[in-house]
Design a protein around this ligand. Structure first.
Ligand code: KIV
Ligand code: ZN
Length: 519
């Protein structure tokens, strides 16, 4: 991207699904799942992928390193607190990227300075200079964030950003960390900073909004109207607490109403929005609400008679964009068991999934089994099938055999055989239904203690032969883990989902979050 593009109407789309998004409770992704999401983000056309927080754990470091090596045509950023150790880890992790970025941050509000990091304003200013200058030793592209910027004293915030720019920051990020600001107030803050901070016109102004009051997208758009040129977003708006600005809402707001925001545009391939949303939802286990803008199941559904009548006469009566523009129709690609390996591979590529040869062979075998049971296999089936395969591919428990019997005569009973690193495990269970009995049998086999917090089942596609997709959230060792499972039988899908979550428990605790690291 040229400097002119950055300073002009083109908005830099900075995706933080794999960092802030992964901080959503229970959304921890495996290494393969992160690579799959990164591939989808590259195809979607985001400008920057924030791949993780390398100092948080060896797993996070390795994921950022692998994504940096693989993602082409996009900048890969690693997050680091404003301390040398974090910055070195981030630098090592992103150094293999075509275009590496270190993103360093420190709080600027008095609330955080007093109660959390316990530093004086002067000490923070010195840390800003030292950390940005240190990051510059490793990469020319350095982003600096003033955490809790919107609740900071504005004069002081301007000094903080002035220090970061003087030390070499190329992007300065203004986070609304706690989702507190409003569109008018945020636009005024951006205008104030543009007026007061020396050198600000030579760097990119970025914004990072949280959705605690449901205003993240509106706040981001207001900041763009006031001159911000980078937006930090996540797929489906996932992220800490109420989440972050949703990528699909921002991109489509600019595609449809860009003129209202100074003609701002993005280079995102909008037809990839729905497949990418589905992929992230399946892998994280965070379901998209039906009425969610752009990617919710009802976003283009017309229920009332008056609306249906209008739609039949002319689509523009009740639709401001076409479902095909955001990838809804594109998900109707159909494969059958005679499609062959080449057709399978090219359909996967069309929905944004890239697998290596071994993964492709294994996924193809599962596709053949599915194609035998289901009349037509759609793109949605494929996304679910491949995500399920990747989620289960890492070490963990494998479902070898299961059996459940139910009837009106008494409680349901089930038995299970699992494969694990230490050999085969067997267990029996009894419960108030087939699913409950099978999960009890799995508990008996694994010996792991956990509490089932959430259980959801949905059909991947319409129709009687649809695959059932189950998502579970469990709590174990004070942590939350999610798992998803897929099968044409929902009892089996439930067992697969439960085992995927238990496998994460077995592999150890997920990466610590940014907030864990700060205290
Ligand atoms: O919300 C926030 O302030 C953050 C920073 C680390 C940018 O996520
Ligand atoms: Zn955040």
């Amino acid at each position: 991207m040229t400097d002119a593009e950055v300073r002009g109407e083109r908005i830099v789309v900075f995706d933080t699904t794999l960092r802030d998004g992964e901080q959503s409770p229970g959304a921890t992704l495996t290494a393969d799942e992160k690579l799959e999401v990164a591939d989808a983000l590259v195809q979607l056309g985001v400008d920057v992928i924030e791949a993780g927080f390398p100092a948080a754990s060896p797993g996070d470091f390795e994921a950022v390193r692998a994504i940096a090596e693989r993602a082409k045509g996009t900048t890969v950023a690693g997050l680091a607190r404003a301390i040398e150790g974090d910055i070195e880890r981030a630098a090592q992790a992103v150094k293999g990227a075509e275009s590496p970025r270190i993103h360093t941050f420190i709080s600027s509000s008095d609330i955080h300075l007093t109660h959390q990091i316990r530093m004086s304003r002067e000490d923070v200013l010195e840390r800003v200079t030292a950390s940005v200058a240190y990051a510059k030793k490793f990469t020319s592209d350095v982003e600096f964030s003033a955490m809790d910027a919107t609740r900071s004293d504005h004069e002081y915030l301007a000094r903080v950003f002035g220090r970061a720019i003087a030390a070499g920051a190329t992007t300065i990020n203004v986070p609304d960390t706690v989702g507190y600001t409003t569109p008018g107030e945020f636009a005024a803050l951006i205008a104030f900073l543009r007026d007061r901070v020396p050198g600000i016109n030579d760097v990119v102004i970025s914004v990072h909004c949280h959705d605690d009051l449901g205003m993240a997208t509106a706040n981001t758009l207001a900041a763009i109207g006031a001159g911000a040129r980078q937006a930090e977003v996540t797929i489906n708006g996932i992220g800490e607490r109420a989440g972050n600005t949703s990528l699909e809402e921002l991109v489509m707001a600019l595609a449809i109403r860009g003129a209202e925001f100074g003609g701002a545009t993005t280079r995102v391939e909008t037809e990839r929005l729905v497949p990418t949303s589905r992929l992230v939802s399946t892998l994280t286990g965070l379901q998209v609400q039906a009425n969610k803008a752009i990617v919710g199941a009802n976003a283009f559904a017309h229920e009332s008679g008056i609306h249906q009548d209008g739609m039949l006469k002319n689509r523009t009566t009740f639709e401001i964009m076409s479902p095909t523009d955001v990838g809804w129709e594109g998900t109707k690609l159909v494969l059958g068991k005679h499609s062959g390996r080449a057709g399978f591979r090219s359909t996967l590529a069309e929905v944004g999934l890239r697998l290596d040869d071994d993964q492709l062979n294994a996924a193809y075998q599962r596709f053949l089994v599915l194609a035998d049971r289901k009349k037509s296999v759609t793109a949605a089936d494929l996304v679910a099938l491949v995500s399920d395969y990747l989620g289960a591919a890492e070490d963990g428990f494998e479902l070898v055999r299961w059996n459940a019997s139910i009837g009106s005569a008494g409680p349901a009973t089930a038995s299970v055989v699992l494969r694990s690193g230490v050999g085969d495990l067997v267990g029996d269970g009894e419960g108030n239904g087939a699913v409950n009995a099978l999960l009890q049998a799995i508990d008996a086999a694994t010996g792991l203690e956990c509490e089932l917090e959430n259980y959801q089942v949905e059909a991947v596609t319409p129709g009687e032969d649809a695959q059932g997709q189950v998502t579970v959230r469990i709590r174990a060792n004070e942590r939350v883990f999610s798992g998803h499972g897929l099968a044409t039988d929902v009892v089996e899908a439930s067992a697969r989902a439960y085992l995927a979550a238990l496998s994460k428990v077995e592999r150890g605790a997920p990466a610590a979050t940014v907030s864990d690291q700060l205290v």
